[in-house]
Design a protein around this ligand. Structure first.
Ligand SMILES: *Cc1c(COP(=O)(O)O)cnc(C)c1O
Length: 414
């Protein structure tokens, strides 16, 4: 496909050009067949043995999911992508398929809560985990051990918006041959070009900005082609058949997708592929809105503190300008002490009180009482989460409407 196309041009023409819809259709159709027929038995044998491309059973591959994988891979400029039923499935299935007891991983201490919980499960299986402050590459270097195999972090963490030192960590990973894995859910293209920053495996919850409409779950892992799999001892001999660039994805497809079985449905694949067409337009609007809201909130007397990478007061404001096209569309803010965050949320007329993020609609929720309620008060304090912290996922509404709603709610707090 023509790489000189603009971002949105590429997105709206990708399905038709990367895939092979019939009858002149512009979308790959939803293909629901679980099984696939082979008129010649030898052809089925060849597909099973990897000598020929084809589908054998839709848990492992199907037309609709392959079409989405092509589109996602094109979006990130990788050597291939594997899609899963959810973002958590992409993360857990990939990591379970690549690491084993005795390996050591360096993991960000600022993680999406469910991912953090998954790493606790992984530790129970014998993989050693060190949690470090990934906003500082020196801290990552200091945590390295003889058996360290990889580093895992997020681009912009949720809810307090810490920004990892992506370029510092990628240099370290290159030097020491570590697999650099980044959850880029908060910063899909065109916000962030993970490949150009040395990320080896990109994780994305397609449920969020990529889909964008809150109507389909999905996840993906994309191999950027940066990592040399011939130097990764955990690839089983049977998955070293193809060119080395595909070794990692081959093992992820077999041991992750096929064996663990968290397959994306063809209906969801189709919804997500359509969502991607407007990704650039939606992010542009949502990120611009978020900056306007953050500036407004920072000046409001009912607000004690605002966390948003686009503000000069944010500790990684400079790094963010270098890494990202915009500052993202997630922001958090603390109400003044003794304000009731639940009463504030109840007073909003337009903004939805809801979990989830990356939606077209602006959403808000009380953080300590919901997504971090499983953590102790002490753990929350370490993560910078106070009891009156509100997280907002800013949508694509006209910003004037959002400001009006926030202003009336904050004024009620008096
Ligand atoms: C939502 C989210 C996930 C999990 O994705 P699901 O599709 O909900 O399973 C992982 N990482 C981050 C940063 C997320 O925001």
């Amino acid at each position: 496909m023509n790489k000189s196309n603009g971002f949105t041009t590429q997105r709206v023409h990708a399905d038709r050009q990367l895939n092979t819809p019939v009858h002149g259709a512009v979308h790959e159709p939803i293909s629901t067949s679980v099984l696939f027929e082979y008129a010649k038995a030898q052809n089925l044998v060849d597909v099973f043995q990897g000598h020929k491309a084809g589908h054998v059973y839709s848990r492992s591959s199907s037309g609709s999911v392959n079409a989405l994988q092509n589109i996602i891979n094109d979006l990130e400029g990788g050597v291939g992508a594997v899609c899963f039923s959810t973002g958590m499935a992409a993360i857990s299935s990939t990591i379970l398929s690549l690491f084993a007891a005795g390996d050591h991983l360096i993991v960000s201490q600022y993680l999406f809560g469910n991912t953090r919980s998954f790493f606790a499960t992984l530790a129970g299986l014998g993989v050693q985990i060190s949690y470090v402050d990934t906003t500082c590459a020196e801290d990552v270097a200091a945590a390295m051990q003889q058996n360290t195999c990889g580093v895992y972090c997020e681009t912009i963490a949720n809810p307090v918006t810490q920004v990892s030192d992506i370029s510092g960590i990628s240099a370290l990973c290159e030097q020491h041959n570590l697999l650099f894995m980044v959850d880029s859910t908060m910063t899909p293209p065109p916000l962030f070009d993970a490949k150009s920053q040395g990320v080896a495996l990109i994780f994305s919850s397609l449920t969020k900005y990529i889909g964008g409409h809150g109507n389909a779950l999905g996840g993906a892992v994309i191999d950027t082609g940066i990592f040399d799999w011939t130097r990764f001892s955990r690839i089983a001999p049977m998955y070293r058949g193809a060119e080395p660039a595909q070794w990692g994805l081959t093992q992820i497809r077999k041991r992750g997708l096929r064996d663990l079985g968290a397959t994306l449905s063809p209906e969801s694949a189709n919804s997500l592929a359509i969502g991607i067409e407007t990704l650039g337009l939606r992010l542009d609007k949502a990120c611009n809105n978020a900056l306007k809201l953050a500036i407004f909130l920072e000046q409001h007397p009912a607000v004690a503190k605002v966390f948003y990478p686009g503000l000069k007061s944010h500790p990684q404001n400079n790094r963010c300008s270098q890494l990202f096209k915009y500052f993202g569309a997630i922001l958090s803010f603390e109400l003044q002490p003794n304000s009731d965050p639940l009463a504030f949320l109840d007073s909003l007329n337009l903004i939805l009180c809801s979990t989830h993020l990356g939606d077209n609609r602006t959403l808000a929720l009380p953080v300590a009482q919901t997504i971090f309620y499983e953590n102790t008060a002490e753990q929350r304090m370490e993560m910078g989460i106070s009891d009156n912290l509100i997280r907002m996922s800013v949508g694509i509404e006209e910003h004037e409407d959002l400001l009006t709603d926030l202003a009336q709610g904050l004024d009620l707090l008096g």
